[in-house]
Design a protein around this ligand. Structure first.
Ligand code: HEC
Length: 291
């Protein structure tokens, strides 16, 4: 009697496994990518909405060999940058660190921005070399990196920070200064790779994606209504390149209409899906060659 009972458990186990597997595939293919996409937009979510400065916007800089800085002068406090640094602090840092460096700027309280007057809670530390580290790399996720300033400007800002200290300014040793010089190639100078602001970069990506835009005219007339937004649809197809057959169909349908396709794709029969798939391949190439 025990024999048939044991046998009847096997199919149940097999089905459970199959269902688990199907859920895994569904999550991996559809839900997972959707989640990461949603998350990408909140990368700077820690910045309060009224943050006065948009850290992603700055003038484009062409790549060049930056000359080395006069390290001794910058560490002692470059008189030529003193006024600039004070003004810059008053424009940028003040929002979080406050006018007297107490961490009480309008955006600083909620973020618990460092109070520069006290000798406590420092993570990198209050030495000039340590503040330079903080400005160069930031303290993720709340304190942004300010590496768009030149090294000499960052050191001048570090002096402003030290100016707020209501405790004896700790001095960096010669070895610490030398280590900073080596790490950031300060006196030797660095090759600046050049940079563009986020909005310019986004514009370029958009232009490039135009190149993969769909040529809707190249589709059979009865399928054209399935494309709502040619550029988005073109991008979607690039993203779906690794998929085939039922996976491709399911992903395309699941992403509509945000992916540039009409939800009406859900009503297509198997043969029409194949026609659409083939026509899209042609239309994407037609779109590329016209750009
Ligand atoms: C958007 C708000 C914000 C702005 C703007 C900002 N900071 Fe900060 N800063 C923070 C926060 C928050 C911390 C504390 C981070 C932590 O504890 O992880 C911090 C910490 C620091 C520290 C201490 C690092 C340590 O060792 O603990 C220094 C130095 C500093 N900021 C300098 C500056 C300077 C100089 C500027 C302007 C160029 C500036 N910050 C602009 C938010 C900001």
């Amino acid at each position: 009697m025990a024999q048939p009972e044991r046998n009847s458990i096997l199919p149940t186990l097999a089905w459970s496994l199959a269902i688990l597997l199907a859920m895994g595939i569904f999550f991996g293919l559809l839900v997972g990518p959707a989640l990461t996409k949603g998350g990408a937009g909140t990368a700077h979510g820690y910045l309060p909405p009224q943050a006065p400065t948009d850290l992603t916007e700055f003038d484009a800089v062409k790549g060049r060999q930056a000359p080395g800085i006069n390290l001794g002068q910058a560490v002692a406090g470059d008189p030529a940058l003193k006024t600039w640094a004070k003004d810059e602090y008053g424009k940028i840092c003040v929002a979080c660190h406050g006018p007297a460096g107490k961490g009480d700027g309008p955006a600083g309280l909620a973020l618990q921005a460092r109070n520069f007057t006290l000798n406590e809670a420092w993570k990198n530390g209050p030495k000039l070399t340590q503040i330079f580290q903080t400005l160069s790399k930031g303290l993720p996720p709340k304190m942004p990196a300010y590496d768009t300033y030149t090294p000499a400007q960052r050191l001048a800002l570090a002096h402003v920070v030290q100016g707020f200290m209501a405790f004896p300014k700790p001095a960096a040793s010669a070895a610490e200064v030398a280590a900073m010089d080596a790490e950031f190639s300060l006196s030797a100078g660095v090759r600046d790779p050049g940079r563009v602001s986020v909005s310019v970069a986004a514009q370029r990506v958009a232009q490039e994606s135009q190149a993969t835009s769909l040529n809707v005219e190249a589709l059979p007339a009865d399928l054209r209504h399935l494309v709502r937004h040619a550029a988005k649809a073109g991008q979607t197809l690039v993203g779906l390149k690794g998929l085939s057959g039922a996976n491709w169909t399911a992903a395309l349908h699941a992403g509509a209409p945000a992916n540039g396709f009409s939800p009406a794709v859900g009503a297509l029969g198997g043969a029409d899906w194949q026609r659409l798939n083939a026509a899209l391949a042609v239309a994407t190439q037609a779109g590329t060659s016209t750009n």
